[in-house]
Design a binder for this molecule. Structure first.
Ligand code: TXA
Ligand code: MG
Length: 318
């Protein structure tokens, strides 16, 4: 029997019983448990095969709830929360002493966000604790954007996927840390950097290699299909190099006229970056099932969500 269900009260009962449940968000599905339950948190790490040094994001029902989780809220963090929550921005702030160390991997900061999904907001409102939820995929594989992706990954290893349909944003939240109360981007994501700068001014992106110990979502290989993947500005040249192989191609918007390509998918026929983001992981999941020798992806315009998509595609090639 399928573990996929729309029954919020069933999810509430499981979470109250310290079980884990996969939940929908606007970005990707998360594998959720009570932040105060040692059993649930251990089960999240075990199910994902996630290393313990990699801290979790805490999901809360509202901006007002933030003061239960963190000790100090810099002025620019307040502005960002007011501008984007509920929505795909995660703030890394000084944690309250009551937040368990297993959530934060021993750090004195905690990552927190208010997800923008009606079903999960309803769920959070019915619980009397926040939910820790990493993306609901095995460590370093492609993140899930439908309930079916989650079921394929975990089958009977979890009791339930709360079905909220396909995720609308489609790539993970943008993570912002603070150094001396000034914001720094730890992970590019579903909120475009230009939109963030409109609220807090110029913002630095932390060098990805340097940041790896801080935000392991920035580990070099991540979000990766099993099939060898290449990111390029020039699809035709790479297709030529792989002539005779079974080639899959991901383009931004246009079709490529080349009979050496076995299958090609455009992320957005109209060249829309948000649509491209919401399709990205599903396209990777689809191509990864097709027994291809190589997936060749076209670099997107390097601004707005294009920058975040290029970041994910680059990690998929490592
Ligand atoms: O959109 C999202 O953020 C999704 C949905 C489910 O909310 N969640 C997600 O979680 O992407 P996860 O665990 O796959 O990625 C969380 C990232 C990791 O790279 C982790 O290292 C970073 O957040 N992180 C968590 N706590 C942190 C902290 N205290 N300092 C720095 N980075 C932190
Ligand atoms: Mg993840």
């Amino acid at each position: 029997m399928s573990i996929i269900s729309k029954d919020i009260s069933k999810a509430v009962a499981l979470l109250n019983a310290e079980e884990i449940v996969a939940i929908p968000t606007e970005t990707v599905y998360g594998l959720a448990g009570n932040i105060y339950s040692e059993k649930a948190i251990a089960s999240i790490f075990e199910t994902k095969k996630r290393p313990f040094f990699n801290p979790l994001i805490v999901h809360i029902p509202s901006t007002e709830y933030l003061s239960n989780i963190v000790d100090h809220i810099p002025e620019k963090a307040k502005r960002l929360a007011n501008a984007f929550w509920p929505g795909p921005i995660t703030l890394v702030l000084k944690k309250k002493i009551t937040i368990p160390d297993v959530i934060t991997a021993g750090k004195d900061t905690v990552a927190v966000r208010v997800p923008n999904h009606p079903i999960t907001l309803e769920l959070l409102n019915q619980l009397d604790f926040p939910l820790a939820a990493p993306s609901a995929n095995p460590f370093s594989s492609i993140s899930p954007t439908t309930a079916e992706h989650v079921e394929t990954y975990f089958k009977d290893a979890i009791n339930m996927v709360l079905d909220g349909g396909a995720c609308t944003s489609g790539i993970e939240s943008t993570i912002i840390g603070f150094e001396n109360d000034e914001p720094i981007i730890y992970r590019l994501g579903s909120t475009a950097i230009e939109d963030i700068e409109a609220i807090v001014g110029n913002i630095e992106i932390k060098n990805t290699k340097e940041v790896a110990p801080d935000a392991p979502g920035m580990l070099e290989r991540h979000y990766a299909p099993k099939t060898k993947t290449i990111l390029t500005d020039n699809i035709s040249t790479i297709v030529n190099e792989y002539k005779g192989k079974r080639i899959g191609v991901i383009t931004f918007k246009s079709e490529i006229d080349n009979t050496d390509i076995a299958v090609q998918i455009a992320l957005s026929k109209t060249g829309n970056l948000s649509e491209s983001a919401s399709n990205l992981y599903d396209v990777l999941h689809q191509l990864d099932k097709m027994h291809l020798d190589v997936i060749i992806a076209e670099k997107l315009p390097d601004y707005g969500l294009g920058k975040s998509i290029n970041d994910r595609l680059l990690r998929a090639t490592k």
